[in-house]
Design a binder for this molecule. Structure first.
Ligand code: ADP
Ligand code: ASP
Ligand code: MG
Length: 607
């Protein structure tokens, strides 16, 4: 049996710990072939980043890779020595020596190909191979060093497992496995025995840094059995499960076929509450009412427009439409009037014309901004207007006029070279025993960008997101206002979305240049936000999940400034100051806590 084991920074944070890990590896190597992937020791990578920042506010990305890749090289040499001391033959290899070939995108390269011959030869000689995680080379001739992005050693490990056809990939870290949330914020977070790849992909991309999202993506795509466990105990940890994958080539490993299929649902209707006061508790009241009626809501979006009012729009199946409107109508009089009469009064608006949701399905959509951008472009070129957008790592959906549905599906199947899938297939069977919410995550490194007064022409979303995709900027929670405003005789809408704070300045630059060429438009950036999300494959089948989340936030008087949902997640943007509390109350609201606090060993307690 061939096993790939990855040990993270804390697990190899001192010489003592490296020796502890070496003993564990040597034990496994008695019965199996082992490839070990290691991270830099402790917080080494952070220290290197800090030094670079002392020299330059904007260091060359090539030099950053040259610098950051050194951390892992220290660990591989020490780990190999520790193994040899135990009498276990071992050999350290850098990414370049293995032949982990990546794109030339410094600081966030994707893996294209991994050479396995040399590793296989040494494995056959009975050696343990110790590979530096997080790094590769862009080109077999130029030998440019690249890195995969922070946290990327997990991705190195799973990619090596795929390339070598390993039987299992084990990620060893400082917590007992994958928990319902980060135990550093919620000490009573509960360990899961297993989680589906789709759910984990979502959690990882929404802030659960226990696994790098791209590692989960590769495990899913190649069907690699993946386990996350503690470095300090023999407990089994968490299994990340995936359905049997379609065969795919190893060439272009992280690049091939991000989209598996196209789905549609033509049985949808939408309801909006427009110009409602922006204060805690309104979404809770609305969706509490909807849940009482047992209406199953599909997509929900909410975004701030003017100073202190916002709009909420949601979709339901057509047979629920009248009842949904009735709930919204009943709530309307309880909202009071807006302070500023200029803003207009709250209003319920229904969209009776049938609408359809078309989706592209796959893995790693948020991490690959070009995919969503290509979807918007394809629809724009077919002359199809997008009314609502919902993004997640496993699905990008657009709500369109039902009359355009067939054309949209055909155009998307053509653009991504995939077939139409029926949504009620394997996936539905898969999620039959999934809890509505498997885990919750917090991302404090996001910024909210809002563009007001975007001219309402077909293809504007396509243009905007193509610009961001060209700069490789991942976008989440894309919300277009349902309401139009006349500015100097031009019909306009607002578009808001979130990007990572690291990308905010670049996004601002790119968008401001574009807006300058329009008749109108204004960009607002707010980095003082946090995104809390609840994830679970079972939530599609359980009404009331959204209401419970909004009610939990409302009970703490936490205002939600943006809401975006997909079938597998609900994300809310809250003020940065409310971030921790928000995560804690949402975790509590779904009853996810265990009986005991998770113990994260401190350096003194582990040897
Ligand atoms: P490593 O150095 O081993 O790669 P990381 O620090 O990258 O470790 O990831 C492990 C950390 O992820 C944990 O210490 C924990 O604080 C954090 N974390 C965030 N969300 C979760 C979660 N849902 N389950 C477990 N750990 C989580
Ligand atoms: N050392 C790298 C980092 O800190 C990669 C990793 O640990 O996964 O981001
Ligand atoms: Mg990590």
């Amino acid at each position: 049996m061939l096993i790939v084991q990855k040990y993270g920074g804390t697990s190899v944070g001192s010489v003592d710990r490296i020796q502890t890990v070496a003993r564990r590896v040597a034990k496994t190597a008695r019965d199996h072939s082992v490839v070990v992937v290691v991270s830099a020791m402790g917080k080494t990578t952070d220290g290197l980043v800090k030094m670079a920042e002392e020299i330059s506010g904007n260091p060359s990305r090539r030099e950053m890779d040259m610098l950051l890749s050194t951390g892992e090289q220290v660990t591989i040499a020490l780990m190999s020595m520790a193994l040899q001391e135990l009498g276990q033959p071992a050999l350290s290899m850098t990414g370049a020596q293995v032949g982990i070939v990546t794109e030339a995108e410094h600081t966030r390269a994707r893996i294209l190909h991994i050479q396995t011959e040399r590793m296989e030869r040494h494995l056959n000689e009975g050696k343990v191979i110790v590979v530096a995680g997080f790094q590769g080379i862009s080109d077999r001739e130029q030998l440019e060093i690249t890195t995969l992005g922070r946290g990327g050693s997990d991705t190195s490990a799973v990619a090596l497992a795929a390339a070598l056809g390993a039987d299992q990939c084990e990620i060893y870290t400082d917590v007992p496995g994958i928990l319902t949330t980060d135990p550093r914020i919620v000490p009573k977070a509960k360990l899961m025995d297993e989680i589906t790849c789709d759910e984990m992909l979502e959690l990882a991309s929404l802030g659960a840094k226990v696994l790098h999202p791209r590692a989960v993506e590769i495990a899913r795509n190649y069907g690699i059995p993946l386990v996350v466990r503690s470095s300090w105990t023999d407990d089994p940890g968490t299994r990340v499960t995936s359905p049997k994958p379609e065969p795919r080539p190893l060439e272009g490993l992280e690049l091939v076929r991000p989209v598996d299929g196209v789905e549609f649902d033509a049985d949808q209707a939408a309801v909006s509450m427009l110009r409602i006061p922006d204060r805690p508790g309104i979404a809770a009241r609305l969706f509490g009412g909807i849940a009482l009626q047992k209406l199953n809501v599909d997509l929900i979006i909410q975004s701030i427009h003017e100073a202190n009012i916002n709009d909420i729009t949601f979709t339901v199946t057509q047979n629920c439409y009248n009842r949904a409107i009735a709930v919204a109508d009943a709530i309307l009089p309880t909202l009071g009037r807006n302070d500023d009469p200029e803003l207009g009064e709250p209003e319920v608006r229904g969209y009776e014309a049938p609408i359809a949701k078309v989706s592209i399905v796959g893995a790693g959509m948020i991490g690959r901004p070009k995919v969503a951008s290509q979807m918007f472009r394809t629809l724009a070129e077919a002359g199809i207007n997008i009314q609502m957008i919902s993004t997640s790592e496993v699905k990008v959906s657009c709500v369109i006029d039902a009359a355009d549905c067939d054309r949209a599906v055909e155009a998307l199947c053509g653009a991504f070279d995939v077939r139409q899938r029926s949504p009620e297939t394997a996936e539905a069977a898969d999620r039959s025993d999934s809890p509505p919410v498997r885990g919750v995550a917090l991302d404090r490194n996001q910024a909210r960008l809002a563009i007001r007064y975007v001219p309402d022409r077909p293809g504007m979303a396509a243009t905007l997101f193509a610009l961001l995709a060209d700069s490789n900027i991942s976008v989440d929670m894309i919300i277009q206002s349902q309401r139009c405003q006349q500015i100097d005789g031009i019909l306009t809408r607002d578009i808001a979305f979130t990007v990572s704070q690291a990308d905010a300045a670049e996004a601002q630059k790119v968008l401001e240049a574009a807006i300058a060429t329009w008749e109108c438009g204004e960009l607002f950036v707010n980095p003082a936000i946090a995104k809390v999300s609840a994830v679970g494959a079972g939530m599609v089948d359980s009404p009331g999940v959204a209401a419970r989340m909004f009610e939990a936030l409302a009970a703490e008087n936490i205002n939600i400034s943006m809401i975006a949902t997909s079938e597998i997640k609900i994300s809310c943007v809250v003020d940065e100051k409310d971030a921790v509390k928000a995560l804690q109350v949402v975790h509590e609201a779904f009853g996810l806590s265990g009986d005991e606090a998770v113990i994260i060993p401190s350096p003194a307690t582990v040897s």
